[in-house]
Ligand binder design. Structure first.
Ligand code: ARG
Length: 470
């Protein structure tokens, strides 16, 4: 209740002559979802009060009362005892009102020199920074799991595909390290995004700064921010950091979705390349034989909602004039859901990836079918002086013959191969084996088992150095 105008809101009632419409109160309230920021709101308020005392805007006694009161409120929230009120609109006013209940008039001094505009921007950044650090831990776990699996599968041969048609033999370890590279880039993007999250809006106040002799460097240091935001108008209105995080999340989910798609294909009876342990699968209520790869399917499906959140946030910001607008309250739910989705999907993948079991015989058999060593035969001819285009033609004819006779290149007799080129000798069978084919691609970035082992080691080093910087 406002003291001047009974029945109006206590935070701004002075100017108002009637209370907020009951529906409008619910419609504009955010406390149902922004209470998730509560602990970071308290963290920001403690730093703000500490800074205000440092510059003598608050006395030390007032600061201590505020910090003690906020500490008790934190306990109430953590124990689930805090009574959230829609009438108090959002997390900020709920906590401030509770503080004043507890410590009286001194509680009303906490908001000196700040506004909810710089407060909420600070809270989201503090919150997101912690979430980013949790996500980085899961990303490290997934990357490590893939590197370890790749080392174990360095010699396992499978078909490599283009257009989902068998192309050339590759090692399974090489394929797994391709996934790992995607995640390494995501990890860098996350790390890079964190730098722009880690900037302090507080002190911008409503939009123009404040008349109190605040020291924003102190607040920034207390909260572990790199520096105060440079411009007060930008500080209260910028949500680039949330968009950037959601863009990171969209690309990460796109990668996890691609991996999921391959896992789904590989567990099918048609491919039958891998086994996923039962604990990551579910059955069918009607078809007793079924074991469905639900976890990868769900990750693939959840990608859509994260893309949606990216579009929501981009659209939310696209026409906003400076500085703060109430539109910004809509930033939270897309961001929160993105965080939950990313954490869930990463956790599922980090648990599941090390448990992937390759079916080596099935993979090798699939690689043998489909003329996957045709390029090796062409390269063999080139080494014997045949021009590459001619070699391509010769191998094409050999493959057509194989299709008619139902024979792979390595299953043909020497005389059969020689129908297409006299240059082919008995040593050709060395290059037509799968092992020979992968071992020959022995350069950095190639699929040879030795290269996979070396690449895995480099990936480990790169991971350690990035994790060390964060
Ligand atoms: N709940 C608001 C939000 O999330 C807090 C800031 C409100 N500021 C204002 N001027 N109404 O954006």
């Amino acid at each position: 209740m406002s003291p001047s105008n009974p029945g109006t809101n206590s935070s701004w009632g002075g100017r108002f002559s009637e209370p907020t419409d009951a529906f409008v109160e619910r419609f504009t309230a955010s406390v149902d979802f922004d209470q998730r920021l509560a602990l970071h709101d308290i963290q920001g308020s403690i730093a703000h009060a500490t800074m205000l005392a440092r510059v003598d805007v608050l006395s030390d006694v007032e600061r201590d009362a505020i910090i003690e009161g906020l500490g008790e409120i934190r306990g109430e929230i953590e124990r689930g005892e805090f009574a959230w009120s829609i009438a108090l609109e959002d997390v900020h006013m709920n906590i401030e009102a509770r503080l004043t209940d507890k410590i009286g008039t001194t509680g009303k001094k906490l908001h000196t020199g700040r506004s909810r505009n710089d407060q909420v921007a600070t809270d989201i950044r503090l919150f997101l920074r912690d979430e980013i650090d949790d996500i980085a831990i899961e990303l490290v776990r997934l990357r490590e799991g893939l590197i370890t699996l790749a080392e174990r599968e360095a010699d396992t041969i499978m078909p490599g595909f283009t257009h989902l048609q068998t192309a050339q033999p590759v090692t399974f370890g090489h394929h797994l390290l391709a996934w790992q590279e995607m995640l390494a880039r995501d990890h860098e993007r996350l790390f890079d995004c964190r730098k722009r999250v880690n900037v302090l809006p507080l002190g911008a106040a409503a939009l123009a700064g404040t008349t109190y002799p605040i020291d924003r460097h102190v607040t920034a240091e207390l909260l572990g921010f790199e520096r105060p935001a440079e411009n007060s108008l930008d500080a209260v209105s910028d949500r680039d950091f949330a968009i950037e995080f959601t863009a990171f999340a969209s690309i990460l989910l796109m990668h996890l979705s691609r991996m999921s798609e391959e896992l789904v294909l590989w567990t099918s009876a048609q491919f039958d390349f891998i086994d996923l342990p039962d604990r990551f699968c579910t059955g069918s209520s009607i078809m007793p034989q079924k074991k469905n790869p639900d976890v990868p399917e769900l990750v693939r499906g959840k990608t859509g909602r994260v893309y949606g959140h990216l579009m929501s946030l981009l659209t939310l910001m696209k026409s906003q004039p400076l500085a703060y607008n109430k539109d910004n309250q809509e930033d939270k739910e897309p961001l929160f859901d993105t965080l939950e989705t990313v954490k869930g999907c990463l956790r599922a993948f980090a648990d599941m990836a090390p448990a992937i079991e390759s079916k080596k015989a099935r993979m090798a058999e699939a690689a043998r079918r489909g003329f996957s060593t045709a390029t090796d035969l062409a390269d063999y001819l080139v080494r014997r002086g045949v021009a590459f285009r001619d070699a391509h033609e010769i191998v094409g004819q050999s493959v057509a013959f194989g299709l008619r006779e139902n024979k792979d290149l390595s299953e043909m007799r020497l005389e059969e191969l020689q129908q297409f080129s006299e240059t082919i000798g008995a040593d050709v069978f060395e290059v037509l084996t799968l092992e020979g084919s992968v071992a020959a691609r022995n350069h950095i970035g190639g699929t040879a088992p030795d290269q996979v082992r070396a690449a895995a080691q480099r990936a480990r080093d790169a991971l350690a150095s990035l994790a060390g910087q964060a």
